[in-house]
Design a binder for this molecule. Structure first.
Ligand SMILES: Nc1ncnc2c1ncn2[C@@H]1O[C@H](COP(=O)(O)OP(=O)(O)OP(=O)(O)O)[C@@H](O)[C@H]1O
Ligand SMILES: [Mn+2]
Length: 421
C-alpha cells in the first residue's frame, strides 16, 4: 500500500468510525428509553404471572383471622358515654409518634359515639388545602374537621387517578383500614348527617355564612348551598342540603401535635404530557435507599400498600408527626372501581422492602375477610355501607396484587426484604 492509499483508508476508516460512533451513541440512548419501557412492562408481566400462581394460602381464609376479628369488633363497637370532655381528653393524650390511637382501648367505641353525637357549637371555613372543608367546634371546645359529600357512592370518577373532588366516605374507610392493618396512623373519622341550616349556618361566623347561598322557590321553600373557602372553592360548585337541609359528611378528629409536610419522592407531575422520573426508572429506589432513613422508606412503603388498596393516587405530599409518617388526607380514594393503578405500589416493587409486621398482618386478612371485617366494623356508622360492592371487590383484587408483588420481591431479594424496624 502506498502512502496515499494509507491516508485515504485512514480517512475513510475515521469517517466510518464517526458515523458508527454517532449511531452507537444514538442507539445507546434509544436503548435506555426502550429498556426502561421494557422493564416496566417486564415487571407488570412478572406480577401477572405471580398472580396466576398464587399459593392457596393467599386465596383462602387464614385461621388466625378469627382471633383478630373478635378483638376488633369489640374495640370499635359504638358505645354509650357519659362525659364527652373526659373522652376528648383521653383521645388527645393518645397520639404517640405517628400512632394516633392505641391497639385496643375501651374508650374507642365511646369516642366514636361522641364524634357522632356531640352538638356542633361553632363553624368556620377551613381554607387549608385545596378542597372544601370546615372547622367545627363540638362540646368543650373540641375541634374537628368536616368534609362534605360531593358524590353518591356509585359515581365513577373518570380520568387521572387524582381526578375529582373528595370522596367523604373514603376518609371513614381509611380509618377502619388503618385499624385492621394496624397502621393506626390515620385520624379517627366517623360519618355524620349534619343540618346545613341549623347546625352549620346558624353556628357559622359571618365569613362562612357569606359562602352559603340561600334560595327560596315560589312555594317559599328554602334551599341552602355551601361553597366554602378553599383553593378550588367557587360559587358554581356547591354542596346543597336536601328538603330538610341535611347534608352528609365526615367528622375528622384533629391529630394533636405538630405535623410537618414533605414532598413525596413518588410525586406525580400532574401533567398528562410529562412523566415523573420514578414512573420509568425501575431502579429509582437505589438512590433513595442512600438518601433516606430506612425507617422513613418503610413508612412510605406501608403508605403505598394502604393507598393502593384504597386507590388513593394523590399523596403528592406526606405528613410526619415526630418524624414518623401519618396518613392524613385519604379523600381521593375510591374514584373508579374498575381501574387499578399499579404504579401506586411503586415504592414496594421498586424498593422490594417491607416491614415484617405489615407483611404478617396482610396475610391474616386473606380470602375475602379484609373487606368483610371493615364492613362489619363500620355497620353502625351513619354512612354505612361506606363503599359499593364493586369497590369491595376492587380492594380484595388489589390485596392479591400486593401478595403477588411481595412474591416477586421475595424471588429477587429473599427474606431479607422483610425488616423489623
Ligand atoms: N385530621 C387532621 N389533623 C390535623 N391536621 C389536619 C388533619 N386533616 C388535615 N389537617 C391539616 O390540614 C391540611 C389540609 O388537609 P387535607 O390535606 O385533608 O386537605 P386537601 O384539601 O385535601 O389538601 P390537598 O389538596 O393538598 O390534598 C393538611 O395538610 C394538614 O396539615
Ligand atoms: Mn386532598
Amino acid at each position: 500500500m502506498n502512502k496515499r492509499t494509507v491516508i485515504i483508508v485512514g480517512i475513510v476508516a475515521t469517517l466510518l468510525g464517526l458515523v458508527l460512533g454517532a449511531n452507537f451513541y444514538f442507539m445507546y440512548y434509544l436503548n435506555i428509553e426502550e429498556s426502561q419501557l421494557a422493564s416496566v412492562r417486564a415487571l407488570e408481566n412478572m406480577i401477572r404471572h405471580k398472580m396466576r400462581h398464587l399459593k392457596p394460602a393467599y386465596l383462602n381464609r387464614n385461621p388466625r383471622f378469627f382471633m383478630f376479628r373478635n378483638k376488633l369488633l369489640k374495640n370499635y363497637k359504638f358505645a354509650t358515654y357519659e362525659n364527652a370532655s373526659v373522652l376528648w381528653d383521653i383521645a388527645n393524650w393518645w397520639p404517640h409518634e405517628n400512632e394516633i390511637y392505641p391497639l385496643y382501648d375501651s374508650s374507642m367505641g365511646q369516642l366514636l359515639e361522641t364524634l357522632r353525637r356531640e352538638p356542633i357549637t361553632r363553624v368556620n371555613n377551613l381554607a387549608k388545602g385545596t378542597q372544601l372543608k370546615l372547622l367545627m367546634r363540638l362540646s368543650h371546645k373540641q375541634k374537628v374537621i368536616f368534609k362534605p359529600q360531593w358524590y353518591p357512592r356509585d359515581e365513577v370518577i373518570e380520568g387521572a387517578v387524582y381526578s375529582g373532588k373528595d370522596r367523604h366516605a373514603a376518609e371513614v374507610y381509611a380509618f377502619y383500614l388503618g385499624a385492621v392493618l394496624d397502621l393506626r396512623w390515620t385520624p379517627i373519622v366517623v360519618g355524620r348527617v349534619v343540618n346545613l341550616k341549623r347546625e352549620i349556618y346558624a353556628n357559622g361566623d359571618e365569613e362562612l355564612q357569606n359562602t352559603i347561598k340561600i334560595e327560596t322557590d315560589e312555594d317559599g321553600n328554602e334551599k341552602y348551598c355551601l361553597y366554602g373557602k378553599c383553593h378550588y372553592c367557587n360559587e358554581e360548585e356547591t354542596v346543597c342540603g336536601d328538603r330538610r337541609h341535611n347534608i352528609e359528611g365526615v367528622m375528622i378528629y384533629i391529630v394533636p401535635g405538630t405535623l410537618a409536610k414533605r414532598r413525596s419522592p413518588w410525586q406525580r407531575t400532574y401533567k398528562d404530557e410529562r412523566r415523573a422520573v420514578w414512573e420509568d426508572d425501575m431502579s429509582y429506589c437505589k438512590s433513595l435507599k442512600n438518601k433516606m432513613e430506612t425507617m422513613r422508606l418503610l413508612d412510605l412503603i406501608d403508605v403505598a400498600i394502604f393507598d393502593y388498596l384504597l386507590q388513593n393516587g394523590d399523596r403528592h405530599h406526606y405528613e410526619t408527626r415526630e418524624e414518623r409518617v401519618v396518613l392524613i388526607d385519604n379523600g381521593k380514594s375510591f374514584g373508579n372501581p374498575n381501574k387499578d393503578h399499579l404504579d401506586i405500589l411503586a415504592p414496594l416493587y421498586q424498593c422490594c422492602l417491607l416491614r415484617k409486621s405489615t407483611w404478617d398482618r396482610l396475610q391474616v386478612f386473606s380470602g375475602g375477610v379484609l373487606t368483610e371485617i371493615i364492613d362489619r366494623l363500620s355497620k353502625s356508622d351513619a354512612l354505612y355501607p361506606l363503599i359499593t360492592d364493586k369497590h369491595k371487590r376492587g380492594v380484595e383484587r388489589r390485596l392479591l396484587v400486593i401478595y403477588a408483588v411481595v412474591e416477586y420481591c421475595m424471588d429477587k431479594e429473599g427474606d431479607k426484604m422483610l425488616k423489623t424496624l
